[in-house]
Design a protein around this ligand. Structure first.
Ligand SMILES: Nc1ncnc2c1ncn2[C@@H]1O[C@H](COP(=O)(O)OP(=O)(O)OP(=O)(O)O)[C@@H](O)[C@H]1O
Length: 260
């Protein structure tokens, strides 16, 4: 079956040391990754290992130096480097910092309505649609006319999830999307994302450096190793672990510190 999203033979490097420099920092080398329709796939790795870069390439925000990004079997970008509007709507993202991801000038309504404006719905229908999306993420629609930045961090992240879901996407990149939230809100938002996936059939790429968040949430798991994602069958299982995974496991604090 054709995967929803496939990346093959991806190479990507960033220029280092100013505009005229020829030095390039290789970030991805021969990277490949596959996400099926409705799947939740985790992408784990330490900071600086190239996870967000892979996410940006998946959204079509930048082209890879080499390799293919295919969405439903078709190249994500056309020959002129443009992402087709349908694919742009079908792949959405939620990032770590909801305050950086929204304008301080916009109301909660305007944040969620933004991806729906092209549909030219009459205002009352648009407000009803936004209210429905807010309810779906557990927000009271009465908050609609409040400035988005007057919401709490957890509420604003829910609003960003509502905005991502507004165009009925097939795939959402969750790039450290719960990492800035307190533990209780993290658990609530993960449960919400899990429910929304069951209800809508949306797929997730769940990017994180926090192994704890993956358990019970992601069905398959990739780990960044030597500039490419490598699938790990069971990141919590016994047996020898790749060093990068052992380091992530060691970083998990015990629920109750052992004496001595
Ligand atoms: N636009 C850019 N220009 C130059 N270097 C970049 C750029 N974006 C990322 N990098 C570098 O590429 C490497 C990979 O960065 P990336 O953000 O993809 O890693 P990451 O695994 O997502 O890290 P984190 O978990 O800290 O977000 C890092 O060394 C980073 O400094």
């Amino acid at each position: 079956m054709t995967p929803l999203l496939e990346m093959r033979g991806i190479h990507h490097a960033y220029r280092q040391g100013g505009l005229l420099s020829r030095r390039r920092l290789p970030v991805l080398e021969d990277a490949a990754l596959r996400i099926g329709a409705g799947e939740c796939v985790a992408l784990l790795g330490p900071t600086g290992s190239g996870k967000s870069t892979l996410g940006r390439l998946m959204l079509g925000l930048e082209p890879p130096d080499a390799g293919a990004v295919l969405f439903e079997g078709q190249p994500l970008r056309d020959a002129r480097g443009r992402v087709a509007p349908a694919a742009r709507r079908a792949i959405q993202a939620v990032f770590q910092d909801p305050f950086a991801a929204t304008s301080p000038r916009l109301s909660a309504f305007a944040v969620v309505a933004e991806p729906l404006l092209a549909g030219r719905l009459p205002r009352p229908a648009l407000r009803e649609r936004v209210a429905g999306l807010m309810r779906a993420v557990g927000l009271d629609p009465a908050l609609m006319d409040r400035l988005a930045h007057r919401l709490s961090g957890g509420q604003l992240q829910r609003l960003c999830i509502a905005r991502a879901l507004a165009p009925a996407p097939r795939l959402v990149l969750l790039d450290e999307a719960v990492n800035s939230l307190d533990l209780e809100t993290q658990a609530q938002v993960l449960a919400l994302l899990h429910r929304l996936r069951r209800e809508t059939g949306v797929a997730y790429l769940f990017v994180t450096h926090d192994l704890r968040l993956v358990r019970g949430f992601a069905g398959r798991c990739y780990l960044m190793q030597e500039r490419r994602p490598v699938e790990v069958p069971d990141p919590f299982g016994p047996g020898p672990l790749p060093p990068a995974l052992a380091a992530l496991r060691a970083a998990i604090l015990p629920a109750r510190p052992r004496p001595g």
